[in-house]
Design a protein around this ligand. Structure first.
Ligand SMILES: *Cc1c(COP(=O)(O)O)cnc(C)c1O
Length: 385
C-alpha cells in the first residue's frame, strides 16, 4: 500500500540517536539548543523554542501572547484540529474564517469582511492563526496589514511549510507574524518522531515560551528578582507544562534539518511530475503563484464534480483497491462533534463545504520512487478518464 506520507530516516539518524543514548543527557542536554539554532538558521529567525509536538508549540504560542479565558481566536476550518484546540486550551472562544477557493487557505478577503462586522459587534479576535495548507503560504502581507488595523496578533501554523518561502522570505522568519509554529510528526517535512518548534524574533516571547514549556519555572539568576538565594534555588513564576523535547528526539532533528533542502526539492519534483502527468483530467491542481515556494507537504487535488465520472469516495475506494491510499486533509473543524455543539453556521463556510466534497491528497514524500509515482498517475488516470 502506498500511503500519502512517510518519514525518510537514514543510518545517520540511527547513529545520532545511539550517540545520545550513550551520553550523559537523554533530556535537557546539548542537543535541544543545537537543534534550535539550526532551525533558526534554516528559517531566518532569531529565536526557536523546541517542544514535544506542534500542538504544544501552538499552545505555548497562545499563552505567550496572553490568550486567556473569554478572548477570541480565529483560524481556518480546513486544518488539523490542533490549530483550533490551542485556543480552547486557553479558555478562548474559537471561530473560523472561510477559505479562498483557489489557494484553499484562510481567505484574506473573508477575514477582512468578518473583521469589519466583528468591529461593529465589539467581538474582534485577539489572535488569528493562518494555516499554510499543504505548504503554500497564506496571503500574509494582507493578513499582517489587517492585524495592524484591527489589533490582533498572528501565529502562523506552518506545520506543513518548513522549507516554504513567501515573497523572498522563509516561512518561519516571522516577517508577518509574532510567532510561527512547525510540527515534526513523521508525515511532516522533517521529523523528530514527535516534536515541534515555535519561532519568533521577540526576545520577550521566546522567554515566555521557554518558561511555559517547562512548568513556568525560571532558573537563570538574572531573571530571578531577589537573586539566587542558594545554588539549588529556582522559581515557578507562571503555570506552565512539561512540553520539553528530549535530546533523543532533538538528535534526529539535527540530522533531518540538514536534509531539508533536498527533501523540499524531492517533493517539488514529485509535484511537478503529477502536474504534468495528470493533465486533461477533471481535477484542479495545487496553486502556483509568483514569489511562492511550496514545500509540498501535501499534493492536494480537487475533483471537478460536474465533469468527473467518480465522486470523492468512489475515487478514494478505487485507488485503495489498487493499493494507493489517498487521504482527505481535512474534515472542516466545525463539523467535529466537539465543535458542532458550539453551533457554527455552515452557511458562513461555503468554500470550505465545497472543498470538503472535492479534495483528496496524493502520496508525496521524498522516498516515493519514480515507479510508484508512475503507478499513482496510471491509477488516477484510469479512474477518471
Ligand atoms: C500536524 C499538524 C499540527 C499538529 O502537530 P503535532 O506535532 O502532530 O502536534 C498542527 N497543525 C497542522 C496544520 C498540522 O498539520
Amino acid at each position: 500500500m502506498i500511503h500519502y506520507g512517510r518519514q525518510s530516516i537514514g543510518d545517520e539518524e540511527i547513529e545520532a540517536v545511539s550517540q545520545v543514548l550513550k551520553s550523559d543527557f537523554l533530556t535537557q542536554g546539548p542537543k535541544v539548543p543545537e537543534f534550535e539554532s539550526k532551525i533558526s538558521k534554516a528559517v531566518d529567525c532569531v529565536y526557536s523554542v523546541a517542544v514535544n509536538s506542534g500542538t504544544s508549540a501552538l499552545h505555548i504560542a497562545c499563552l505567550a501572547l496572553g490568550l486567556k479565558a473569554g478572548d477570541r481566536l480565529w483560524t481556518s476550518p480546513i486544518s488539523f484540529v490542533a490549530s483550533a484546540n490551542c485556543g480552547l486550551y486557553c479558555g478562548a472562544y474559537v471561530d473560523f474564517v472561510d477559505i479562498n477557493e483557489s489557494t484553499n487557505n484562510l481567505c484574506s478577503r473573508a477575514l477582512e469582511n468578518k473583521l469589519k462586522k466583528a468591529k461593529v459587534d465589539k467581538l474582534l479576535p485577539d489572535i488569528v492563526i493562518p494555516v499554510h495548507l499543504a505548504g503554500f503560504s497564506c496571503d500574509m502581507k494582507k493578513i499582517y496589514e489587517l492585524s495592524k488595523e484591527y489589533g490582533f496578533k498572528i501565529i502562523e501554523d506552518a506545520s506543513h511549510a518548513l522549507g516554504s518561502e513567501y515573497l523572498g522570505s522563509k516561512v518561519g522568519s516571522c516577517k508577518y507574524s509574532e510567532i510561527t509554529v512547525f510540527s515534526f510528526h513523521p508525515v511532516k517535512n522533517i521529523t523528530t518522531a514527535e516534536g515541534g518548534v515555535a519561532t519568533t524574533n521577540s526576545e520577550e516571547l521566546a522567554e515566555l515560551m521557554n518558561q511555559y514549556r517547562t512548568h513556568g519555572i525560571v532558573k537563570d539568576p538574572k531573571k530571578i528578582e531577589k537573586g539566587i538565594e542558594n545554588p539549588w534555588y529556582y522559581e515557578q513564576v507562571a503555570l506552565g507544562y512539561n512540553y520539553r523535547l528530549s535530546d533523543i528526539h532533538a538528535a534526529i532533528g539535527v540530522v533531518q534539518i540538514e536534509k531539508l533542502e533536498r527533501f523540499v526539492k524531492r517533493r517539488n519534483d514529485i509535484a511537478e511530475f503529477y502536474r504534468e502527468n495528470l493533465k486533461g483530467l477533471p481535477v484542479s491542481h495545487p496553486p502556483i503563484q509568483k514569489g511562492y515556494l511550496s514545500a509540498y507537504h501535501l499534493y492536494l487535488l480537487r475533483l471537478d464534480l460536474n465533469n468527473s465520472k467518480l465522486n470523492q469516495l468512489e475515487l478514494y475506494n478505487y485507488c485503495r483497491e489498487k493499493g494507493v491510499l489517498l487521504n482527505l486533509h481535512y474534515i472542516p473543524i466545525y463539523k467535529q462533534p466537539w465543535y458542532k455543539k458550539k453551533g457554527y453556521d455552515i452557511l458562513d463556510f461555503k468554500n470550505s463545504e465545497k472543498y470538503y466534497k472535492e479534495a483528496l491528497s496524493l502520496p508525496i514524500y521524498p522516498s516515493l520512487s519514480k515507479e510508484e509515482q508512475k503507478y499513482v498517475v496510471e491509477i488516477i488516470r484510469k479512474a477518471l478518464l
